[in-house]
Design a protein around this ligand. Sequence first.
Ligand SMILES: [Zn+2]
Length: 296
Amino acid sequence: VARYQVIFKLAWPLIVIGNESLGLAHKNMLRNEIEELAEAVANDAGAGPVTDIEQILSSEGITVSTNDYGDHFDGMLEYSDGRFHIYCNLHRSVSRDSGRARFTLGHELGHYFIDEHREGLLNGSFPQHASHSDYQTTNPVERQADTFAANLLLPKQRFLAKLKRVAFSIDGIRSLAALFQTSLSSTAIRYVQLSPRPCAVVRWTAGKVTWMSASEELEQGGLRWVIASQATLPKDSATARALATSYGYREQQGTVASAWFSPRGPLVWKNAILIEQAFALGNLNALTFLYLDRVV
Ligand SMILES: [Zn+2]
């Protein structure tokens, strides 16, 4: 542990600039190849539903440091003295087996298991970098590692089998997150990607929309560019009330597409009627689950 703490301090300037300069040839591996790779790694580690991250780490000989590293990063993979090591920041996690920390470890394992990432780290063409697990990065290399993490922790076949057994609702997403030991955000994104019924999820952080994700059908219909804000939402809407309430409050109401999205698609032009389910995460944070009030 002491050895890595020294390396951590020495590596710090590189970490700070690393995120700006990922110069890897990242287009070589297709998204579905990463999905298959992650699912295979998950299946090798057991039948689930909780992917055994610790077993994967120990069988690959990867060591982990967990600590509160402040707000600087969520995770980092380091190659030093012939060994791989992961730094996992618990600044915003309760423990190493929390959903957020597991996603961070999954992301760093992506950099390890995806050949181009690992080789880039070994030969220096892919600098060691600080990873962030907030779903806001547009860097293709980081997105690949996120894709790996999502598919490692929520493998498609396992997830689909369980998805069928829960209610089509934010409560269903919450029970899947508990079952797979994953964060509510990563589970909600996976749910939206794989649900046979089109739906969307909007994440609010400190009263602002930080990201949204929608099924392909809804995205093509224009449920993509969120214009809703805490100021424009009706005070008595499900989400406005969830934002103003403490953790655990939940509410469902009807709403319309034009209250939420920029008019750049037929569902918004026609002002489709939506069902809005909101779940309060406390401190002006919330998750909103949206779907059409009819099956398309
Ligand atoms: Zn990363």
